[in-house]
Ligand binder design. Structure first.
Ligand code: SF4
Ligand code: MG
Length: 327
């Protein structure tokens, strides 16, 4: 097990009171595995990533446990955390232009990460920067070192971000919507690059996305989040072939099929509830076609529906009881 997240809950202070943003989130990821975290915006995907990195505002209340190998991230000091970030865990974001420093050359920005986390000499660093640029498939690596972010295309900038993230051979790479701002062709190339890097470096990847097409392309397993909770998780094969949660089914129906025009896309009517007004029962109840009376009053338990497949929905209560022989 590379990373284990256990019963993670997060509250953030807003207008004088605490709002619960994440509620009892648990999942794990192995070396050499890509785990997708999917859901609409506002479901807590990015907050889960920031909680793992402990990049949270000062007054955030975090409970639960996050362990990376032997070290428990949730109890580390600021100093210890700095050693882990960018070194053992790296993160890349949607918009490389805002994450890159416009005033520094590509080479300097990659080199900074190496300076912070390695003992490489100046010459060694220079060589490593060029190697990294080549590794992420950038042409003219030797010249690129001296160029500035605005001189590059969006796809190239994202490759630079990946090079920075890979600089110290992280064990875990967290990607938050890394291809959302890119056109389809470039997106496909970046995803292929990430697949290759995962294979050659034996690292774990967390891929945060609202796009199930991306999940199908790169992920081994998926965690589906809704309104701060995990509602379903399983292998990509199982989840795509046999989605159980009504929300997952809705998301899958929203994926465009080949030859289908964009405007005929189905999407789930309604919106994600805000943490200010969280329903006391199932959080999806207002949008769920299969909702039953008690869904609105009590939160569903999580049921096991396959060897590595769980779902938090009352529809599976009866089925689970049948399975273990309770009548
Ligand atoms: Fe729908 Fe009820 Fe399942 Fe929630 S618990 S997803 S409302 S059936
Ligand atoms: Mg987000």
């Amino acid at each position: 097990m590379l990373l284990q997240v256990e019963q993670l809950s997060l509250s953030l202070k807003k207008d004088g009171s605490y709002l619960k943003i994440l509620d009892d989130v648990s999942f794990s990821i192995d070396k050499g595995e890509t785990l997708g975290i999917v859901g609409e915006s506002g479901c807590g995907k990015s907050m889960t990533a920031l909680s793992i990195m402990r990049l949270l505002p000062d007054k955030a209340r975090l409970s639960g446990k996050v362990s990376l190998g032997e070290s428990e991230i949730t109890t580390l000091s600021k100093k210890q955390l700095e050693k882990i970030r960018g070194n053992k865990i790296s993160m890349i974001f949607q918009d490389p232009l805002t994450s890159l420093n416009p005033l520094h050359t590509v080479g300097k920005q990659i080199s900074e990460s190496l300076m912070l986390h390695t003992d490489l000499s100046k010459t060694e660093r220079k060589q490593r920067v060029v190697d990294l640029l080549k590794e992420v498939g950038l042409p003219r690596a030797e010249e690129l070192v001296n160029e500035y972010p605005h001189q590059l295309s969006g796809g190239m900038r994202q490759r630079v971000m990946i090079a920075i993230a890979m600089a110290c051979n992280p064990q875990l790479l967290i990607c938050d919507e890394p291809t959302t701002a890119l056109d389809v062709t470039v997106q496909a190339q970046i995803l292929e690059l990430m697949n290759n890097l995962k294979r050659t470096n034996d690292m774990g990847i967390i891929m945060i996305t609202h796009d199930l097409g991306v999940v199908a392309e790169v992920c081994d397993r998926v965690v589906v989040m809704y309104a701060g909770k995990v509602v379903e998780q399983g292998t990509v094969e199982e989840l795509f072939a046999e989605p159980k949660h009504p929300y997952t089914k809705g998301l899958l129906q929203s994926v465009p099929k080949i030859g289908q025009r964009k405007q005929s896309l189905g999407s789930i009517p309604g919106t994600v509830p805000s943490p200010k007004n969280m329903p006391s029962g199932c959080r999806f109840a207002d949008r769920c076609k299969e909702a039953m009376d008690h869904c609105k009053s009590s939160q569903p338990n999580t049921y096991t529906v396959g060897s590595n497949h769980t779902v938090a929905c009352w529809l599976f209560e009866a089925k689970e009881m049948n399975k273990v022989g309770i009548t």
